[in-house]
Write a protein that binds this ligand. Structure first.
Ligand code: SF4
Length: 443
């Protein structure tokens, strides 16, 4: 449903609780336990010809919980519990590998996310990945991504991560100032970033990424500029920048609630957008190219984001681990979202499926269209070919409003967001949601 006011910036620009970030569609709150049979059906069908397969493993352990974190993470698990979790993840993959949707396929891309995958020891990583590869081969995978918390990285572990086949090392730097890091609950310090980065370079990873967050608590204009300058000096292959949000299940929100505050103690949205605008402009001056709302790459011709691009184009993704999300044969599903039930289901030899949803054709079109709009420039002809529906017609009211608001230019079949629109793209995407999804809490 069109609503030409939705494309305006939020009237209230301070950062309040909630998140705009759109990572999937329809919103997770519409996925249902009573629809889990749809996931079972999808797993029991052979794959759609020509569909790539990715594997995601959620490693839900961290040394400390960052104050802004809203992920499913545990900071108190003992070694035997961690081992049980890794065993369960391999059991999960064993069960999936027997299903028609997965049997006999190779992984085209692999992603270790968290939590903190680098929390695991070298021995655990080798045993885990040997086990995974024996079940679903990674041979020929075009990208294997591994997220790291710099303080967990020793030289030996970085070498192990390279040896197991990781091609893209993503360093969760977030900020280079130790006071900002500490006051936001980060476990690492800046000197650990430099050490890990240097050694990762020596190890020859094809792609090293640095993650930053604009608008952490105690961030200042000068410090943000210094962070950008330090990033450019390190010269990573890509830089990912997120604007700080304060979702409900964060420590920051709990403190706001206790204090009776509505506004979060972080920069307002205009300031955060200005900081990302500055960062992207500096990165562009240094030869980088902005490739999405969150990413700049050093070598645009060679830089690949296989996980992101495949996922946004409807690839199959098998999510392993507690609370992981999957998309197989056109059906969404999510695993049990707590540690004990996840383990219990697998120890009983059952898949830990928790909730599911099968989007219809129109919802699949909306999903791909809004996710790919985050790239900033898309060809509507791709969607017309794939879905038999022209987005310029299907979304005419919303696109007209975006053009009228100065957010979007349409040139033939190409749609290009302005830089300012790109930097608030998640809040603009909600206007493409079906009416029944428009006001959903995005969780
Ligand atoms: S390191 Fe990442 S996953 Fe772990 S607590 Fe911090 S933000 Fe959350």
């Amino acid at each position: 449903m069109a609503n030409d006011t939705i494309t305006q910036e939020p009237a209230q620009t301070s950062t309040t609780v909630g998140n705009y970030f759109v990572s999937n569609y329809p919103p997770y709150s519409f996925w249902a336990e009573e629809r889990v049979h749809e996931a079972e059906d999808a797993l029991n069908r052979p794959p759609r010809p020509g569909t790539d397969l990715g594997i995601y493993l959620h490693v839900p352990f961290c040394r400390k919980r960052c104050h802004f974190c809203y992920f499913r993470v545990y900071t108190d698990k003992k070694n035997d519990e961690i081992q049980s979790y890794l065993d369960a993840a391999l059991t999960e993959l064993t069960l999936h590998a027997k299903r028609p949707a997965i049997a006999g396929r190779k992984a085209d891309f692999v992603y270790f996310g968290g939590g903190t995958p680098s929390f695991l020891s070298s021995e655990q990583l080798v045993a885990l990945t040997d086990g995974m590869k024996a079940l679903v081969s990674w041979e020929g995978a075009s990208e294997v991504t591994f997220e790291c918390e710099p303080g967990t990285l020793t030289d030996r572990k970085i070498k192990t991560i390279r040896d197991i086949g990781v091609t893209r090392l993503s360093l969760g730097v977030e900020n280079f100032d130790d006071h900002v890091l500490e006051s936001n609950g980060r476990a690492h310090q800046s000197k650990q970033v430099y050490r890990a980065y240097d050694y990762a370079r020596q190890m020859g990873f094809p792609q090293v990424n640095i993650d930053l967050i604009a608008g952490m608590m105690n961030e200042t204009e000068d410090n943000w500029k210094a962070c950008v300058a330090k990033t450019i000096t390190l010269a990573p292959d890509s830089v990912t920048i997120y604007q700080m949000e304060v979702p409900y299940n964060t420590t920051i929100y709990k403190q706001m609630k206790a204090d009776g505050k509505v506004t979060a103690p972080v920069a307002d949205w205009q300031t955060k957008r200005r900081w990302v605008t500055y960062a992207f402009a500096e990165l562009e001056k240094a030869g980088y190219t902005v490739k999405s709302a969150y990413t700049a790459v050093k070598n645009a011709a060679n830089a690949r984001f296989v996980y992101r691009d495949s996922l946004w184009a409807g690839a199959d993704l098998l999510g392993l681990g507690v609370s992981s999300f999957s998309h197989i044969n056109g059906t969404h599903f999510q695993n049990e979202h707590d540690f004990a039930p996840y383990l219990a289901r697998l120890q009983a030899g059952k898949l830990p499926l928790h909730r599911s949803y099968t989007p219809n054709d129109d919802e699949r079109l909306i999903r791909e269209f809004i996710l790919q709009l985050k790239l900033g420039r898309i060809d509507s002809a791709y969607f017309t070919r794939k879905f038999g529906v022209d987005p310029l017609v299907r979304f005419k009211p919303q696109l007209t409003a975006l053009v009228a608001d100065g957010h979007l230019a349409i040139d033939g079949t190409w749609l290009t967001l302005t830089r300012q629109a790109l930097l608030q793209v998640d809040s603009l995407l909600h206007c493409f949601f079906l009416p029944q999804h428009a006001n959903a809490r995005y969780a």
